[in-house]
Design a protein around this ligand. Structure first.
Ligand code: HEM
Ligand SMILES: *[C@@H]1O[C@H](CO)[C@@H](O)[C@H](O)[C@H]1NC(C)=O
Ligand SMILES: *[C@@H]1O[C@H](CO)[C@@H](O)[C@H](O)[C@H]1NC(C)=O
Ligand SMILES: *[C@@H]1O[C@H](CO)[C@@H](O)[C@H](O)[C@H]1NC(C)=O
Ligand SMILES: CC(=O)N[C@H]1CO[C@H](CO)[C@@H](O)[C@@H]1O
Length: 325
């Protein structure tokens, strides 16, 4: 009887458990995987702190198009365009860091660690280096076999809170998750083209966005006015308080009407999200805790596990297909 139950457990429960993300997935198959990724992120961070923002945005874009399956890393070829050719991706950065981490991981354990996991792990490490919380990343993601620019449906910066939430809800994320994750705008930059209307003629009124602090309007006009042939689309920090630190300052800034992008400012103004924002602005610990949880949740969106997909050998190309004759 007991044997039969054990057998049934092995037969049904074990494969299910194996086909799930779990912390330490590579513990026996590639014990150094996480430390190798961390070392690559540290090397890069030492000379370029903006890698934290680059990876956060890459991980978000990856997870919101077909799930966290590294589809964002695929290079387009002359014959097949990839997600990299879709409008909203165009300023995603950090691909070369993922390639470098992958190269080091492959040298230690061939064809074992997915590119999707490397993105998730590298992002976690960069968040910690940037002053944010540490969190354990469940691993075991597999890399996807599709990367299609027509599937890129990412929220734009002029959406309302409720419109943006439609896109998050479709991924089973709550409004609180969305506000928490937009707290990633505590680091990084936006190009002027994403907020120019707010500082020139907001919604065709001929005047700047009345919800933006006038001091910030003046400052951003200077930044964007410096556009030139060599720098046609300058950038401004998304968090006007502590622009390279992962903290709750972003939420304080938007409450002071110092949000750079419209969606960021809307978070503080819209009745749907206002109270979540003030909660994070007044409690740094609360933001750290929720941010860690929400990142783990985002990292689970529509992942491929078990035998689905593949372990890509080169993160920017699908593995060559084994031909059936
Ligand atoms: C409604 C949701 C969101 C919208 C509309 C949005 C939009 C944008 C836009 C337009 C930019 C500027 C890109 C550029 O000029 O290069 C940006 C930057 C950024 N976004 Fe978001 N975003 C959203 C959610 C998120 C989430 C969930 C994360 C991560 C968890 C994230 C992380 C970042 C980061 C870190 C940057 C700075 C990138 C850099 O410095 O290279 N965003 N976002
Ligand atoms: C959201 O949850 C529902 C119910 O559990 C599930 O059927 C659906 O596939 C999930 N969607 C995503 C994008 O994960
Ligand atoms: C801040 O948030 C933390 C974590 O959720 C909580 O334990 C703490 O009580 C909160 N502090 C205040 C002052 O509300
Ligand atoms: C990965 O593939 C790209 C083609 O998209 C190529 O340029 C690159 O050299 C390859 N990297 C390695 C390590 O083979
Ligand atoms: C990084 C990258 O490949 N960006 C591409 C995003 O899409 C635009 C087209 O809309 C390409 O020109 C960029 O090269």
């Amino acid at each position: 009887m007991r044997l039969k139950i054990t057998f049934l457990l092995l037969l049904f429960v074990l494969p299910l458990a194996l086909a799930n993300l779990r912390v330490g997935f590579y513990r026996s198959s590639c014990p150094r995987a996480e430390s190798i990724v961390r070392a690559a992120v540290q090397r890069r961070f030492r000379r370029d702190r903006s890698i934290t923002a680059a990876l956060l945005r890459m991980h978000f874009h990856d997870c919101f198009v077909r799930g966290c399956d590294a589809s964002i890393l695929i290079d387009s070829t002359s014959r097949t365009p990839s997600e990299k050719d879709a409008g909203p991706n165009l300023t995603v950065r950090g691909f070369e860091l993922i390639d470098e981490a992958k190269k080091d991981v492959e040298a230690a354990c061939r064809s074992t660690v997915s590119c999707a996991d490397i993105i998730a792990l590298a992002t976690r490490d960069a968040v910690l280096l940037g002053g944010g919380p540490f969190y354990a990343v469940p691993t075991g993601r597999r890399d996807g076999l599709v990367s299609d620019p027509d599937e890129v449906n990412l929220p734009g910066p002029t959406l309302s809170v409720s419109q943006a939430f439609q896109i998050f809800r479709a991924k089973n994320m709550t409004l609180n998750d969305m506000v928490t994750l937009l707290g990633a705008h505590t680091v990084g930059v936006a190009h002027c083209s994403f907020f120019l209307d707010r500082i020139t003629s907001f919604q065709g009124t001929g005047r700047p966005d009345p919800t933006m602090n006038p001091g910030l309007v003046a400052k951003l006009r200077n930044v964007c006015g410096a556009a030139s042939a060599s720098n046609p689309d300058p950038t401004a920090f998304l968090d006007q308080g502590t622009p390279v630190t992962v903290d709750n300052q972003f939420f304080k800034q938007i409450r002071l009407r110092r949000g750079v992008m419209q969606i960021d400012q809307e978070l503080a103004n819209d009745g749907l999200s206002r109270r979540i924002v003030s909660g994070f602005a007044s409690n740094a610990t609360l933001f750290r805790t929720r941010f860690a949880q929400a990142m783990v949740k985002m990292g689970r969106i529509q992942v491929l596990v078990g035998k689905a997909g593949e372990i890509r050998r080169n993160c920017s190309v699908f593995n060559p297909r084994r031909r059936a004759f």
